[in-house]
Ligand binder design. Structure first.
Ligand code: GRG
Length: 290
């Protein structure tokens, strides 16, 4: 399984590296590359590629979407680490972007990665119907913005050092992390022109996989190994983050995650052998050590 993720990361990194090479140069490019190309599991790309298998799409039909998602994800990590947000000095086993390049450069590189994502989708070499591109752009913008990642991050910061109930925590995590996973499962359904019901189903599955991923991230913060995770552990407790672990404890949170995982897998089973890879990655998410 891990090989699948690693191979996919190589493919997406290669695409992004070439994309950067063919761009006009600016002094922000080194910070943008630092944020995207050096490390990171690129698990969102694997989710896209494995969902693409359900709809029998080939790599060329989704590779720009993978690259765009990784740019937005990397942007969110660069900004997440800033002193005004989580103030983390290490990411992916190396200094955070603002430590390496300074705060202003990190902010601007993050902003540039967001717009870069939209350039990658609108590129005329990305050979899917323009009408589908518009739908994809709208969805991606929505997932990244105030009702998605940015909105979730706002709540994450607002809820620090407060007593927050489980439904609010889940809502915050579904926005902060789940929305981009939602997009990853929805985008291949859009590209392959699926009906509204299938698109709604894939969105819901993505949402749940994203929540599962965030819970696994929180579990790793408690029991993970700093070297493997690539960043300091026990951070959530120090910062007073509102997580399910803080509310329910480690064991009950793990049980909760296992039951949510089961529901996701049940839903995916209707796609037969075509969903095998997406089921594998869903299992990996909760078993991972990095
Ligand atoms: C609007 C995109 C955007 C950003 C601004 C800062 C911010 C608002 C949002 C932060 C959201 C955030 C950091 C969510 C956490 C998601 C998460 C669990 C990240 C870790 O992802 P991995 O493990 O990281 O896939 P790698 O390093 O493997 O890429």
């Amino acid at each position: 399984m891990a090989i699948n993720i690693k191979n996919n990361a190589v493919v997406v990194d290669r695409f992004l590296r070439k994309y950067f090479k063919n761009q006009k140069y600016s002094e922000l490019v080194p910070a943008m590359k630092y944020g995207t190309l050096f490390g990171g599991k690129k698990i969102r790309s694997t989710i896209i590629l494995n969902t693409a298998k359900i709809f029998k799409l080939n790599l060329n039909q989704v590779i720009n979407i993978c690259a765009a998602v990784e740019c937005i994800h990397s942007y969110s990590l660069i900004h997440d680490d800033l002193p005004c947000m989580d103030n983390d000095r290490f990411r992916r086993g190396k200094p955070s972007a603002h430590v390496k390049f300074g705060e202003a450069t990190a902010i601007l590189a993050g902003n540039s990665l967001l717009t870069f994502a939209f350039e990658i989708i609108t590129d005329k070499k990305f050979n899917i119907k323009p009408s589908l591109k518009v739908i994809i752009l709208k969805k991606l913008a929505e997932c990244a913005g105030h009702v998605g990642i940015a909105g979730g991050q706002f709540l994450d910061l607002k809820y620090e050092k407060s007593k927050i109930g489980s439904s609010k925590i889940i809502n915050m995590q579904k926005k902060k992390t789940g929305k981009l996973f939602q997009f990853c499962c929805l985008a291949p359904a859009i590209v392959s022109n699926q009906n509204a019901k299938t698109k709604t189903e894939m969105s819901a599955i993505g949402d749940e996989i994203g929540l599962l991923f965030q819970i696994a991230d929180d579990l790793l913060d408690v029991k993970g190994n700093k070297k493997k995770v690539g960043k300091p552990v026990n951070n959530d407790k120090k910062k007073g983050k509102s997580t399910l672990i803080k509310l329910l404890g480690y064991k009950k949170t793990l049980e909760f995650a296992l039951s949510r995982k089961k529901l996701i897998i049940n839903k995916l089973q209707k796609y037969g052998s075509r969903s095998k890879k997406l089921i594998e990655i869903t299992n990996f998410i909760l078993n991972r050590s990095y």
